[in-house]
Design a protein around this ligand. Structure first.
Ligand SMILES: NC(=O)C1=CN([C@@H]2O[C@H](COP(=O)(O)OP(=O)(O)OC[C@H]3O[C@@H](n4cnc5c(N)ncnc54)[C@H](O)[C@@H]3O)[C@@H](O)[C@H]2O)C=CC1
Ligand SMILES: O=C(CO)COP(=O)(O)O
Length: 304
């Protein structure tokens, strides 16, 4: 919606029915109700129509990215593929850019990430994001191409840092939601957010990310938004866990699979990721929120 102000944009969906409905109503009622789709936005169920453009934004959940790339590899190859997903793939432990590179090495992969609810961007509210691309010239070109009147992009070549900030903030948002849902209060949430950020920084450093990336929009920025807003699905899932309520299974909650993927990596590599591991166990129901809090409070005392 925002990019359509810059020039022609094609919105692809794999569902012909959904495409027809969006064309007819001028609205994506299922995913973005109340937002008028601009007349310049072309809607197609044929991925070749979208792939006629050189730059494609891939906005599917992280655990679905491999299937999308596998199904449409020949059409997507040799394009600029900008992943918009936030997470780590279960099994491979890869982030979105690394996954694209492993499946379509001839594609030019980049990442768009940072604090942003789709609804805010579509309503043209001011938003700032990180565009991560290992090649600085390509990153600068994408930054110019994808900046709009309400969407300001900063760029970085630290793809690993940007990937990990976006992935881990969802895990911490589940933890913060659970803390509030359990009635632990805002002070406890601030402690968890801060220690979650320390865990995020520690893991990112271990993976070779640059510290300043995690201090930016894709790290601290998105962590702050997601851990404090009721609009976040990850935070709301955590709230439900804390309150002992059920949560809509169909809702995309990236932090669940990411916590499990990271817990596997932590166990294999002997890393200490206490909050992430607790979220993985919480999401499986093998630990209660009260147990997690007791466990975290009883860890050995240490320097900050
Ligand atoms: N919604 C938001 O405000 C934001 C979402 N993101 C990230 O964007 C990614 C996608 O999230 P949402 O769009 O919110 O999820 P969503 O669940 O609302 O939509 C995902 C879409 O992907 C489609 N899809 C799933 N598997 C597919 C496949 N194999 N081939 C083609 N299409 C497929 C689904 O049909 C659905 O239309 C996530 O990683 C999320 O963290 C990032 C920033 C903001
Ligand atoms: O990534 C997001 C905000 O930056 C969206 O968060 P949720 O996926 O938790 O809704």
């Amino acid at each position: 919606v925002s990019l359509a102000g810059n020039g022609p944009v094609t919105l692809w969906t794999r569902s012909p029915d959904h495409a027809a409905e969006m064309r007819q109503r001028g609205e994506n009622a299922a995913r973005l109700p109340g937002i008028a789709l601009p007349p310049g936005l072309r809607i197609s169920e044929d991925i070749r129509a979208a792939a006629a453009c050189d730059t494609l934004l891939l906005a599917v959940p992280m655990q679905k990215l491999r299937a999308l790339l596998a199904a449409h590899g020949p059409v997507l190859a040799e394009r600029s593929l900008v992943a918009c997903c936030k997470g780590i793939e279960l099994g491979s432990g890869l982030g979105p850019v690394a996954l694209i590179q492993s499946i379509l090495p001839e594609a030019r992969a980049a990442l768009l990430t940072g604090p942003s609810f789709a609804d805010d961007i579509a309503r043209e509210l001011p938003t700032a994001l990180t565009l991560a691309c290992a090649d600085p010239d390509r990153g600068a070109a994408l930054q110019r191409q994808l900046t709009t009147g309400n969407l300001r992009l900063y760029r970085t070549t630290d793809v690993t840092g940007a990937e990990l900030g976006g992935a881990l903030k969802n895990v911490m948002a589940i933890a913060c939601g659970a803390c509030i849902g359990q009635g632990m209060g805002d002070s406890a949430r601030a402690a968890l957010l801060t220690r979650g950020f320390a865990e995020l920084q520690r893991y990112a450093a271990h993976r070779g990310a640059r510290p300043e990336t995690l201090m930016g929009l894709s790290g601290l920025g998105d962590l702050t938004l997601t851990c404090t807003s009721d609009l976040s699905r990850n935070y709301r899932y955590g709230l439900a866990l804390g309150r002992g309520e059920t949560f809509d299974d169909a809702m995309t909650v990236e932090g669940v699979a990411t916590a499990r993927a990271l817990a596997e990596i932590a166990s294999a590599d002997g890393l200490d990721l206490p909050i992430t591991t607790a979220v993985a166990r919480l999401s499986r129901g093998s630990l209660s929120v009260a147990d997690v809090i007791a466990e975290l409070l009883n860890r050995p005392l240490k320097e900050e």
